[in-house]
Structure formats: structure tokens, C-alpha cells
Ligand binder design. Structure first.
Ligand code: IMP
Ligand code: MG
Length: 177
């Protein structure tokens, strides 16, 4: 496994934590008194999810889904599958999907449709990174951490072929040989 790509820092750990705290504050205000079900999209969002939720002082439930959209590299296959579903009811709940990156939008378009069909009371999307300019299907991110354009990002949960997830900052990977 090539773990030796050149990479340059894009968002320092402290900057991420500051932004996550701001997002948590907004989400806390918006969901006070509601029946919040926060759904983590595995694996990429696991670190963001943990940091975000520990800053939301509300009673809430957590659950996890896993979708497969990317292969082992950096190109989208365009085919999306739900490989792990939530284990709780969604109907009538205030559901917040927590994702790492919205890129082309196919993954979240798929997941939001899937959840909408289950009749939640409300359904919103939080994403740490919104690659707005890369969208090929319209997906609205209700809570976006950072907007990024081109480049493949790793660290803070994000991987390239399962590498780099545990880095505390986010880096742009140079995939040129
Ligand atoms: P989309 O369906 O094109 O929006 O793909 C979104 C998914 O692709 C995210 O959940 C990520 O898992 C993955 N992805 C997109 N861009 C990156 C990146 O820069 N680094 C790591 N994963 C990415
Ligand atoms: Mg993902």
C-alpha cells in the first residue's frame, strides 16, 4: 500500500475544531426541543460525528449507515449501495444525516431519497466539506463546515484507499506519480 503520497495541509486540526464547534452551536439551537436522530455516514464521517455530537448538549439518538459509492481509489463508480442501515425507526423523527464530503452529490441524493421515503418529520444534511463546484446532482447541504473545490482530501476520517483516516488535520493529496 502506497502511504507515501505528497500532501499539503488544507485545514489544521484547530481550525476544524473551531468550525465544528460553530456548527454544533447552530444545530443545538435548531434542534432544541426536537426528537433528534443523528445518523453518521460510515466510515468517513466518524471523527466529525464524534466531535460534533459531543458539542451538542441535547438529548438525541445516534445511529449509523454505511454506503458504498467509491472503490478503493479516488474515482466515483456512480453506483450507490446501502451496505449497513440504521437500526431504529425513522418515521416521525427529526433526522440529521452527518456526512464527511458531498462531492458529485450522488451518494447523498441516494441516501436522502432513501430516508425521505421512510417519512421522517424533518430531514437535513450536515457535511464537513461541501465541494459545491463538483456537483452533478442537486443536493443541498443544510450545515456545511468548509467549501472546497478541486483536490482529493484525506485525514480527519477521510481516506484514500483506507489510508490516512486517523490524521487530526485535513490534507490535500497529490495523486500525481
Ligand atoms: P459523491 O457521491 O460524489 O458526492 O461522493 C461523496 C463521497 O465520496 C464521500 O462520502 C466521500 O466518501 C467520497 N469523497 C469525495 N471526495 C473525497 C475526497 O476528497 N476525499 C475522500 N473521500 C472523498
Ligand atoms: Mg463517505
Amino acid at each position: 500500500m502506497n502511504c507515501g503520497h505528497e500532501k499539503s495541509v488544507m485545514f489544521e486540526a484547530g481550525v476544524i475544531q473551531e468550525r465544528v464547534a460553530q456548527m454544533a452551536e447552530r444545530i443545538t439551537a435548531d434542534y432544541a426541543g426536537k426528537d433528534l436522530l443523528a445518523v453518521c455516514v460510515l466510515k468517513g464521517a466518524f471523527m466529525f460525528f464524534a466531535d460534533l455530537l459531543r458539542r451538542i448538549p441535547l438529548e438525541l439518538e445516534t445511529d449509523f449507515v454505511r454506503i458504498r459509492s467509491y472503490g478503493a481509489g479516488d474515482a466515483s463508480s456512480g453506483r450507490i449501495e446501502l451496505t449497513k442501515d440504521v437500526e431504529c425507526a425513522v418515521t416521525g423523527r427529526d433526522v440529521l444525516i452527518v456526512e464527511d464530503i458531498v462531492d458529485c452529490g450522488l451518494s447523498m441524493d441516494f441516501l436522502l431519497r432513501e430516508f425521505r421515503a421512510r417519512g421522517p418529520k424533518s430531514l437535513r444534511l450536515a457535511a464537513l466539506i461541501d465541494k459545491v463546484e463538483r456537483r452533478c446532482v442537486p443536493v443541498r447541504v443544510d450545515y456545511a463546515g468548509f467549501v472546497a473545490d478541486a483536490g482529493f482530501l484525506v485525514g480527519y476520517g477521510l481516506d484514500y484507499a483506507e489510508q490516512y483516516r486517523t490524521l487530526p488535520a485535513i490534507f490535500r493529496l497529490n495523486l500525481q506519480p
